[in-house]
Design a protein around this ligand. Structure first.
Ligand code: SF4
Length: 145
């Protein structure tokens, strides 16, 4: 990571967003929550990094690792469509965005064989979440966010 969690918190305390939003660290975090659990100041660094990633994405900062950026954008679209992670659409959207169609192909076949990527079972009730997202977007627009 180019910035440590402590450095990120320090920048944020100084209201210096730019170095944080441009950092590789916010994209490298896998939200294992080790730092949040162990922080002596009880800072939830994992959540901070997640929020920074969303802010960077919205501000148009490009993630240094395109695979991570493709996954992140795909995951957000997946949440918008289904309200939660749906592995098959997530995989398809991510493959299309990354234009990396055949990496992990063998793994995908094994997951399909074990029923982990199910073509017939998609989450239901996504329309509720889409309405919720639209309301939040509308509120953000009204608030000038
Ligand atoms: S949540 Fe885990 S991966 Fe993310 S910064 Fe903390 S320790 Fe690192």
């Amino acid at each position: 990571m180019d910035l440590t969690p402590a450095q990120i918190v320090h920048y944020l305390r100084l209201s210096q967003l730019e170095p944080v939003l441009r950092s590789e660290a916010i994209w490298a975090c896998v939200h294992c929550e080790t730092c949040s659990t162990r922080c002596p100041q009880e800072v939830d660094v994992s959540k901070l990094l997640g929020a920074a990633r969303v802010a960077a994405y919205r501000a148009g900062y490009v993630a240094p690792n395109q695979a991570v950026a493709a996954y992140f954008a795909s995951f957000l679209e997946n949440l918008y469509l289904y309200g939660r992670s749906a592995e098959l659409p997530l995989t398809i959207i991510c493959k299309l965005k990354s234009e990396d169609y055949f990496r992990d192909f063998d793994l995908g076949l094994r997951l399909i064989a074990r029923g982990r990527l199910n073509f017939l079972s998609l989450p239901k009730g996504g329309a509720i979440y889409r309405r919720l997202y639209e309301r939040v977007r509308q509120k953000e627009k009204e608030a000038g966010a």
